[in-house]
Design a protein around this ligand. Structure first.
Ligand code: DUC
Ligand code: ZN
Ligand code: ZN
Length: 456
């Protein structure tokens, strides 16, 4: 069995940082400690940080939506992931109306199989709740799908409160957990119609027709449903201070609620939407970018460990695809890339700006998603027995984000020109070097990860 000994690095976990060597044998970490010696290939990592491979628990690769398909499929999306230090993604297998959950899961296995350069798992997005779907749930757990997503808005994927309640109550029986896209569909739908009929068709109308209270109301309603069903739940891509207040309120009322945010809700704001179409359309995502006060409130929440994960909602479309909405903002496909830049952005604008600690960065990007999505300690830890998913991070390097260097098929980067501190130096996936020197050096070695039940 091939052995690798990482010598002289600083190992990061949610509990602390320590100088330690890491010994890997085959696919596993076998020892972490001072002055380890072994008959192994030595990798000098002095001056570098060793993180457990990052997990992005919110990606949309190869998703058909808005009459098109995302620019990134599992091939390009997963290469972009490993270039960002991500060794595991949890993508959303998405049920189309009329399909079974097994259809959706099979479709996602076909999309990912032999195409992914990082390990992958699936949540199941339920879009069509029927009695035969209820009967299928045990089979999902048997196949390692233990978390589910519901949408309160989004064309054909939208469910009503009763359906969401039924899904939550049913999944509770199996130890499942439900994440929700929380936006008020009725109000937003009407505001969009009114904007178009007034002739307000430019991208700037996207955030105006999705005001912060439409997220807060939906968060509150979702958490009320969770309380009624007495079920644990996740608010995904939380974007507003008001929505955050609803999370805190529900926790005080005994609701077991986890919350995810994304770099775009921490670092970007809605001022970008006043730019000309080719610039502003790049930032059209749902929920939209918010105000700098919202950014600040979410950083503060992270500082106090009140949020649980930072994922990306990577859902990329090229500028050509975005131009489908050049006459009507409602036709712009929603989403932006992010899987490649998350870690370095969180290091630069989180850790270096002292908004979060290095340990918190590790928790939000690796350990917490591993626990929340039933993969810990196989994933999310640099510990004896864990998969040897390892990020060697060089804190002394700096860089500038540029689409020209990106591995995504998106063609642009929302953070183009942004200066960063720290660099992903090398990435190991189950003991094999997959990324080094700015290149993906081993393609398509990702495997499906059947997950256990949530445990955070
Ligand atoms: N939001 C987006 O912007 N794109 C895909 C799904 C989502 O929730
Ligand atoms: Zn969503
Ligand atoms: Zn999403």
């Amino acid at each position: 069995m091939k052995k690798i000994l990482f010598k002289g690095g600083t190992v990061v976990s949610s509990k602390g940082i320590r100088h330690a060597d890491v010994l890997v044998s085959g696919e596993k970490i076998v020892a972490v400690g001072r002055r380890l010696a072994a008959d192994a290939q030595e990798v000098d990592v002095s001056g570098k940080l060793i993180f457990p491979g990052f997990i992005d628990a919110h990606t949309h690769f190869d998703l058909e939506v808005s009459d098109t398909v995302t620019a990134d499929n599992f091939d390009t999306g997963s290469k972009s992931a490993v270039a960002g230090g991500v060794t595991t993604i949890v993508d959303f297998a998405t049920q189309n109306k009329g399909e079974t959950l097994s259809d959706a899961l099979n479709n996602w296995h076909i999309k990912a199989f032999a195409n992914s350069s990082c390990d992958y798992a699936f949540h199941m997005a339920v879009s069509d709740w029927r009695e035969d779907i209820r009967a299928e749930l045990p089979a999902m757990f048997e196949q390692g799908v233990t978390s589910f997503k519901v949408y309160m808005i989004y064309d054909a994927m939208e469910l009503n409160d009763r359906e969401i309640y039924e899904i939550m109550a049913e999944l509770k029986k199996y130890g499942g957990i439900v994440g929700c896209h929380c936006e008020n569909s009725g109000i937003i739908g009407k505001l969009r119609e009114e904007a178009i009929s007034r002739g307000d068709t430019a991208p700037a109308n996207h955030p105006k027709t999705r005001p912060d209270y439409t997220e807060a109301e939906a968060v509150r309603r979702f958490l009320t449903i969770a309380k009624a069903a007495d079920a644990p739940c996740i608010v995904v891509h939380l974007s507003t201070a008001e929505g955050y207040q609803e999370v805190i309120r529900a926790r005080k009322n005994g609701v077991k609620v986890y919350a995810e945010t994304c770099p775009q809700y921490l670092l970007l704001d809605d001022s970008v939407y006043s730019a000309p179409f080719d610039k502003s359309s790049k930032y059209i995502c749902s929920p939209p970018l918010r105000k700098s006060e919202d950014n600040r409130a979410l950083w503060e929440a992270l500082k106090h460990n009140q949020l649980n994960t930072i994922s990306t909602d990577h859902c990329s479309f090229t500028l050509e695809q975005k131009r489908a909405g050049k006459d009507y903002f409602t036709k712009i496909p929603n989403g932006m890339p992010g899987v490649e830049t998350r870690a370095v952005l969180m290091y630069t604008y989180g850790v270096k700006k002292r908004r979060i600690s290095l340990q918190q960065m590790c928790a939000y990007l690796s350990e917490n998603p591993a626990r929340l999505y039933g993969m810990y300690p196989k994933k999310g830890a640099v510990k004896a027995g864990s998969d040897a998913d390892i990020v060697i991070f060089d804190p002394k390097q700096s860089g500038v984000i540029s689409a020209a260097k990106s591995h995504s098929a998106c063609g642009y980067d929302p953070y183009e020109g942004v200066k960063t501190v720290g660099r992903i130096d090398k990435v190991f996936l189950r003991g094999r070097l997959v990324y080094s020197g700015g290149e993906v050096v081993l393609e398509h070695s990702g495997r499906y990860i059947a997950r256990g039940k949530y445990n955070l």
